[in-house]
Write a protein of this length. Structure first.
Length: 137
């Protein structure tokens, strides 16, 4: 809850993470924090995709910012595939936990490969900008 309320940052979030680490152990706490970041990314990106889609369908194209358009073009296909897969999974039979885990890992790979180029670009830009704007690496 603290992660969502603080968007993963600040003293309150750090204190909640320390409490979680003491409760479930540092490894499991790190996994939970990673999941929280993934959910925050999905929520933020998904809301942006939905906003652009709504503007496109309602013919209010002049309200779409260049950033929104870029995000829509980059992440839209990924979210389309995720939506189609989610719709298909509603008709799938129940499967054992091991199969579900393997299936989830297989689905993670294309998502990671889709996001990797942008992540590398952001890392490179951060490394280039760090000395000039006082960022710590």
């Amino acid at each position: 809850k603290a992660f969502a309320e603080q968007t993963g940052r600040g003293a309150i979030c750090r204190a909640a993470f320390e409490e979680l680490s003491a409760s479930v152990g540092p490894s499991k706490a790190a996994s939970i924090r990673s999941l929280c970041w993934a959910l925050l990314w999905g929520k933020t990106t998904g809301n942006s995709i939905n906003s652009v889609r709504t503007k496109l369908v309602s013919f209010t194209w002049h309200k779409i910012s260049p950033f929104e358009l870029l995000m829509f073009l980059y992440y839209g296909p990924l979210f389309l595939v995720i939506g189609i897969l989610n719709a298909g999974l509603t008709a799938a039979p129940n499967v054992p936990a091991w199969f579900s885990a393997i299936f989830g890992a297989c689905l993670w790979v294309p998502q990671a490969l889709h996001i990797l180029p942008l992540g590398i670009l952001c890392l490179a830009l951060r490394l280039l900008a760090a000395p000039f704007v006082g960022l710590s690496l």
